[in-house]
Design a binder for this molecule. Structure first.
Ligand code: ZN
Length: 256
């Protein structure tokens, strides 16, 4: 598994890759109705938050790439694409391809712009003290990423739920967290975990659940060529992992 960086949440965690085949899509490919904020089970029923709430701050150390780096590396990136065109048996000098290396290089920098951003910049000024202790769910967040094995797109939807513990995050920021981690070279399992860990570290909530359903172009366009196959991954932390009732509520709400 390509989990290069062990996540440092205070919660035990679990990853579950349910399926890479068409079967997974049947459970998850319904259309969802957009962001919802829902009432969960009574707070008294829930286990207390983890006592060892040392704030891990790995998300502050994420690698970044600057705009200046982009400008400096553009010529060599473009040259690399010229090499690729030749390697494919194309003529980089023919009319239609003259600007392609530069376009492709610029596009690739955009597809990976998550390297230029840090989670902490997004979360600043967006965390609020709030006595809200009901489940917060945002579902159907569009996600576009790049498979780090084949450099082709992964796209799909992300569903996030968390149970606040005196702190909440501006709802739009959940989508921004998804954007920052997905606009990098990724594997779906790591992306799922990174999102869950970032929310955990930022809010120290009672629990977090993240589900991603995605299509991998490297699976769809090559190999088995299963057009409708979807890969579903999930990370459940804290009470979402420990309490089946809370987890079921989350899974039911994102499927409804
Ligand atoms: Zn791939």
């Amino acid at each position: 598994m390509e989990h290069s960086k062990p996540p440092a949440a205070q919660f035990p965690k679990a990853d579950k890759k349910e399926s890479g085949s068409g079967d997974a899509s049947s459970a998850f490919n319904g259309h969802f109705a957009g962001p919802v904020k829902r009432t969960g089970a009574p707070a008294a029923d829930r286990p207390a938050p983890s006592a060892s709430a040392s704030v891990m701050e790995s998300w502050k150390e994420e690698r970044t790439r600057s705009v200046e780096d982009n400008e400096m590396s553009l010529p060599s990136l473009a040259a690399a694409y010229t090499t690729i065109l030749r390697g494919l048996g194309e003529d980089p000098q023919r009319q239609g391809l003259l600007k392609t290396p530069w376009r492709a290089a610029t596009a690739m920098q955009f597809f990976t712009k998550g390297y230029q951003e840090k989670i902490i910049d997004v979360l600043n000024d967006a965390i609020f003290d709030e006595d809200h202790d009901e489940m917060v769910i945002v579902k159907d967040i569009d996600m576009f990423s790049m498979c780090e094995h084949h450099l082709v797109p992964i796209f799909g939807r992300v569903h996030i739920g968390y149970l606040p513990n005196k702190r909440v995050l501006g709802l739009s920021k959940l989508a921004r967290i998804v954007e920052i981690y997905s606009r990098r070279l990724q594997v779906q399992e790591r992306l799922t975990k990174q999102i869950a860990v970032a929310i955990t570290e930022a809010l120290q909530p009672t629990g977090v659940g993240v589900v991603i359903e995605a299509t991998h172009m490297c699976m769809v366009m090559r190999g088995v060529q299963k057009m409708n196959s979807k890969t579903v991954t999930s990370t459940m932390l804290g009470v979402f992992r420990e309490d089946p009732k809370t987890r079921d509520e989350f899974l039911t709400l994102i499927r409804s």
